[in-house]
Write a protein that binds this ligand. Structure first.
Ligand code: GLN
Length: 541
C-alpha cells in the first residue's frame, strides 16, 4: 500500500522545504521503506528550463530529459532514487494539458473550471506512475496563502479525504523566530500559518518547526494546543552546520517515529550508518583544497547547487574539505587571471548560456592549461576549453562558438539532427526555446587508453545533457596534433562527449553534467578524480 505525505510550507519562503522533504525521505528509507519524492510547483512556466538561474536557481535535469526544479536534485542526493519527468509539475504544465484536451474536445459540453478540472489534473499527476513505493512524498512549492498555490492546496485537501487518514498525512514546515529582546522563540507566526492552512481545509498532522535552538517543551505544548496537533507531533527542525546532518537530526527529534505513528506502522529503528559515515568525513576531513569556480551566475549559489554538492562529494571521496572560490568570469575580461587564480588547486568552469563572460572562461582555461592546474570543464566549460585550445594551441585564430553569432571557425556549432535510442531528434535555430535542447541521459563510449576510461573504469557511460551546441568533430585531428584529444563520443560517433589533454596533470572537459548524478554516499568518479588531482596539486605548491 502506498501512502502519501504532503509537505507544505508557511511563515516565510526559503525554509528549506525541499531539503526537509529529501531528508524525511532518507530517514524513511533508513527504516527500510521504498520512497519517491515529487514536487508541485505553482508558477506558470511550463518548466523552469527557460528561467534565469537567478530567478529559480539551477535547472535539474532527469534521466528522462525533464528540466525540473532543483529540489529534485536534493531528492536524488538524499535517497539515490532517480527522479523522472513525472515527479515535477507546474501550473503551466497542468493548464496547458487541460487546455490541449479542451481543444481536442475531450470535455465537450462542459465548462472547464479550476475545480474540478484543474484540481483533477493535479490529483491525477500526484497519483500517476506510482509503482510499489511505500511512500510518495509530495512537496508543494511556495508558501500557504500564495494565490497561485490555491488549486494545489485544494487538490491535496481532496486527496486527503479520498485516500483517508491511514494513507495520507499533512506535514507543515514553519519557522519559530527567536526574538533576542524577549529572549524567546515566537510561536505566533506558526499559529497564523496553520490558521491559513486550515482556512483552505487542511489540518496538519505534524508541524516541523525550523528554529535556531531547541524548542522548549512549553512552547511545543502551546503550538500543539493552538494548532490542534499532538504535542509530540511538533517536531524541531534545528539549524545544522551540514545539510548531511539533517536526516540524523530529524531522527533525533523524532520525525520518522511520528510519521510511523501517524500511519500506525512499527519498524525497527532506522539504520543511519550511511549518514553517520558521511558526516564523520564532512566534519573531520584530513586536509583541504581550494577550487575556483569560474562562472556567470556566481551571485546566487543555488544556480550551481548540484555542482557545489558534487564538489563536496569529491571531497568526501578524498577525505578533504573542498573550499569553493566563486569567481565571476567577467572579472577576467578586466583583470589578470593570475591575481585571482594563483594558489588554487583546481579550476572548474561550469555550464552556462550566452556570450557574457565567455572570454573570461577562456582565460581561466588558458591559465589552467599553461600552469598545469587541474581543469574541469562542464558543458560550456568544455566548449570554451576546446575553443581555447583551438586558438592558442592549434593556432586557429578565428575559433569560436556559433552560439555567440556567426564565426569564421565554428569550433562549437549548432547540430540540427542526432540520434537518441535509435530515433532521430531534430531542432532548428528558430524553434521554441523551451524543452528543445539535447536533454537527459545519453550513452557515450569511452576510448581505450584514455584517462577518462581509467576514471570511470568502464567503456560505456550514461550521463545527463542539457545543451544546444556541440563541439565540431571536423576539428578533431587538428586539435589532436596539438595535444587535445576527444576521448569519448556518442555511440554513432558524431558527437564528441569528452575532451582531455593527456600531457596535462588533469585537464578534462565533458559535454554533459556529471554533477547531476553525484551522491554523498556515491561520489561521482569525475569529481572524486578531480579532487584527487587537486590534492596532488596542493602538495606541489
Ligand atoms: N550554451 C551551451 C549550449 O547550449 C552550453 C550549455 C550548458 O553549459 N549547459 O550548448
Amino acid at each position: 500500500m502506498t501512502r502519501f505525505i504532503f509537505i507544505t510550507g508557511g511563515v516565510v519562503s526559503s525554509l528549506g522545504k525541499g531539503l526537509a522533504s529529501a531528508a524525511l525521505g532518507a530517514v524513511l528509507q533508513a527504516r527500510g521503506f521504498k520512497v519517491r519524492l515529487r514536487k508541485l510547483d505553482p508558477y506558470i512556466n511550463v518548466d523552469p528550463g527557460t528561467m534565469s538561474p537567478y530567478q529559480h536557481g539551477e535547472v535539474f535535469v532527469t534521466d528522462d530529459g525533464a528540466e525540473s526544479d532543483l529540489d529534485l536534485g536534493h531528492y536524488e542526493r538524499f535517497t539515490g532514487v532517480h527522479a523522472r519527468q513525472s515527479d515535477n509539475v507546474t501550473t503551466g504544465r497542468i493548464y496547458s494539458d487541460v487546455i490541449a484536451r479542451e481543444r481536442r474536445g475531450d470535455y465537450l459540453g462542459a465548462t472547464i473550471q479550476v475545480i474540478p478540472h484543474i484540481t483533477d489534473a493535479i490529483k491525477t499527476f500526484v497519483l500517476a506512475n506510482v509503482e510499489d513505493e511505500d511512500f510518495i512524498l509530495c512537496e508543494i512549492g511556495g508558501t500557504v496563502g500564495d494565490i497561485e498555490g490555491l488549486p494545489f492546496f485544494e487538490a491535496i485537501r481532496q486527496l486527503g479525504n479520498e485516500l483517508g487518514r491511514d494513507r495520507s498525512m499533512f506535514i507543515h514546515l514553519t519557522l519559530l523566530p527567536y526574538i533576542p529582546t524577549a529572549g524567546e522563540l515566537k510561536t505566533k507566526p506558526t499559529q497564523h500559518s496553520v490558521k491559513e492552512l486550515r482556512g483552505v481545509g487542511i489540518q496538519p498532522d505534524l508541524l516541523l518547526c525550523r528554529a535556531d535552538r531547541i524548542i522548549p517543551e512549553g512552547e511545543k505544548k502551546k503550538i500543539a494546543l493552538f494548532c490542534n496537533v499532538r504535542p509530540e507531533a511538533v517536531v524541531s527542525a534545528l539549524d545544522v552546520d551540514s545539510i548531511y546532518k539533517v536526516p540524523i537530526s530529524y531522527h533525533e527529534q523524532g520525525l520518522d517515529e511520528q510519521v510511523c505513528r501517524h500511519f500506525g506502522i512499527e519498524t525497527p529503528k532506522p539504520n543511519l550508518e550511511r549518514w553517520e559515515k558521511i558526516l564523520e568525513r564532512v566534519i573531520k576531513p584530513e586536509g583541504e583544497v581550494t577550487i575556483a569556480i569560474v562562472g556567470k551566475y556566481t551571485g546566487l549559489l543555488d544556480a550551481y547547487k548540484s555542482l557545489a554538492e558534487a564538489l563536496t562529494h569529491g571531497g568526501i571521496a578524498n577525505n578533504v574539505r573542498v573550499i569553493l572560490n566563486w569567481i565571476d568570469s567577467e572579472v577576467f575580461e578586466r583583470e589578470d587571471t593570475v591575481s585571482h587564480l594563483d594558489g588554487v588547486n583546481g579550476i572548474l568552469v561550469p555550464g552556462g548560456f550566452g556570450e557574457r563572460g565567455v572570454e573570461g572562461k577562456i582565460a581561466a582555461a588558458t591559465f589552467a592549461r599553461e600552469r598545469e592546474v587541474p581543469y574541469f570543464g562542464i558543458c560550456l566549460g568544455m566548449q570554451m576549453a576546446v575553443v581555447e585550445a583551438a586558438r592558442n594551441l592549434a593556432g586557429i585564430k578565428g575559433a569560436g562558438s556559433t552560439e555567440f553569432g556567426p564565426c569564421d571557425e565554428p569550433i562549437v556549432g549548432l547540430l540540427t539532427e542526432w540520434q537518441k535510442d535509435g530515433k532521430k531528434e531534430t531542432r532548428d535555430e528558430n524553434g521554441d526555446k523551451g524543452g528543445t535542447m539535447r536533454l537527459g541521459a545519453y550513452e557515450a563510449r569511452l576510448q581505450d587508453n584514455s584517462r577518462i576510461r581509467q576514471i570511470y573504469n568502464t567503456d560505456t557511460i550514461f550521463e545527463r545533457h542539457r545543451h544546444r551546441y556541440e563541439v565540431n568533430l571536423a576539428y578533431e585531428s587538428q586539435l589532436a596534433k596539438h595535444g587535445m584529444v576527444f576521448s569519448a563520443r556518442s555511440p554513432d560517433g558524431i558527437l564528441p562527449e569528452i575532451v582531455e589533454i593527456p600531457d596535462h596533470p588533469w585537464f578534462i572537459g565533458v559535454q554533459f553534467h556529471p554533477e547531476l548524478k553525484s551522491k554523498p554516499f556515491d561520489p561521482h568518479p569525475l569529481f572524486g578524480s578531480f579532487i584527487e588531482a587537486a590534492v596532488t596539486q596542493s602538495r606541489l605548491v
